[in-house]
Ligand binder design. Structure first.
Ligand SMILES: *Cc1c(COP(=O)(O)O)cnc(C)c1O
Length: 363
């Protein structure tokens, strides 16, 4: 039997992509914010319902450069229940991550005791819309205003999500989206920042291009994180079909929900009414189920079905952070990380395969 992967990249029609890149042979413009780059930024501003988009070579660098361009200092409050990228981006900027626990139901940053972590060194909060579950954006906004902190959302999982029709990109000062091949919308590798302040565009564009602001002026200590024209062309193609992609994911997602909701010892984290989801992931929490998370993972693996302990381990227990920071205990995050498993989910996953996966879990 062919293994069932955890995810599978969506691909545009081959001819459509060939047609899209044809112009690059005429223009010989391969990178440096060319025509395709501009076209994709405009398309994304429309799709994400947000006024300002800046593309990057990948999501991680977008986050790193956002932190640098906002001149953050000292301590940054974040959660350990995320991909390595979020915490690394903070530390690679010479800042100190301060780990806040997560909400036990939607796994995003806990706002009840977030304020206790704020000191006179705190400059920002970097919460994560993990699995596309939306953070408590209103409360985070209130706290940020009260203490004059910047907010950068790691929205890597949240492409296209809306709350009461408001684009998720419009919360906080900046949001980072990842367009990695495994994400709902991709540009092979790629990412973007969205932001409120239009004057930030020139600043961030300079940062991703060595800090260059004029033929003979270099105003910032920038680096290189530009998206090239081939990546942008892939994005232009994928953007045309992303609604279709999400619709197909929804079918897969709902099939899982049908099978798994109400099963004893299994907890699902479903989006509330007001949220239009992108069905990026299907996390399942095994708590009091006849098998542990690790046993389910192994059992499925024996049947050629790949699942992912996403996110495990927590970033505050990474080897590389040992004895470097206060990796304070985050008991809820620890509890979730030891029990959660994401199941295979992509648009072309057969409903029959889902039935099979669920039967194995329940048998
Ligand atoms: C994918 C991801 C990133 C990094 O994005 P890349 O485009 O792979 O660099 C950051 N944070 C989270 C939560 C992610 O899932």
């Amino acid at each position: 039997m062919k293994p069932i992967q955890i995810t599978q990249s969506s691909m545009p029609d081959f001819d459509e992509f060939s047609e899209e890149i044809r112009g690059i042979w005429d223009s010989r413009c391969l990178t440096n914010m060319g025509v395709k780059h501009q076209q994709l930024e405009a398309g994304l501003e429309q799709y994400l319902k947000t006024p300002n988009v800046s593309l990057f070579s990948n999501g991680h660098l977008a986050l790193e450069y956002a932190i640098a361009a906002l001149n953050l200092t000292g301590e940054v409050i974040t959660t350990p229940f995320t991909f390595a990228s979020t915490t690394h981006a903070i530390v690679r900027n010479g800042l100190t991550p301060v780990f806040c626990d997560i909400d036990p139901d939607n796994y995003t940053i806990q706002t009840d005791n977030l304020e206790d972590l704020i000191t006179d060194k705190t400059s920002a909060i970097i919460p994560v819309h993990v699995y596309g579950n939306i953070c408590d954006v209103a409360e985070i906004n209130r706290i940020a205003n009260k203490y004059n902190l910047k907010v950068i959302y790691d929205a890597a999982h949240a492409f296209g999500i809306t709350i009461d029709d408001e684009g998720i990109a419009n919360y906080g000062d900046v949001s980072m989206f990842s367009f990695h091949a495994t994400k709902v919308f991709h540009t092979i590798e790629g990412g973007a920042l969205t932001f409120k302040d239009p004057s930030f565009k020139d600043v961030i564009n300079a940062h991703k291009n060595f800090g260059i602001t004029g033929p003979e002026t270099i105003e910032y200590i920038g680096g290189n994180a530009k998206m090239n024209e081939f990546q942008a062309a892939m994005g232009i193609c994928n953007l045309r079909s992303v609604d279709q992609e999400i619709k197909k994911r929804k079918k897969v997602y709902n099939r899982y929900v049908e099978h798994l909701s109400g099963v004893k010892g299994i907890q699902l984290s479903l989006p509330p009414e007001s949220v239009k989801s992108n069905y990026a992931y299907f996390p399942v929490l095994f708590d009091g189920f006849k098998l542990s998370r690790d046993e389910v993972h192994e059992k499925l693996k024996k049947n050629n079905i790949l699942t992912r302990k996403y996110f495990y381990p927590l970033t505050n227990s990474f080897e590389c952070y040992k004895n470097r920071f206060n990796t304070r205990e985050t008991p809820v995050a620890k509890f979730i990380a030891e029990r959660v498993l994401t199941l295979p989910l992509y648009s072309d996953l057969n409903l029959d395969d889902i039935d099979k996966i669920v039967t194995i879990i329940k048998s």
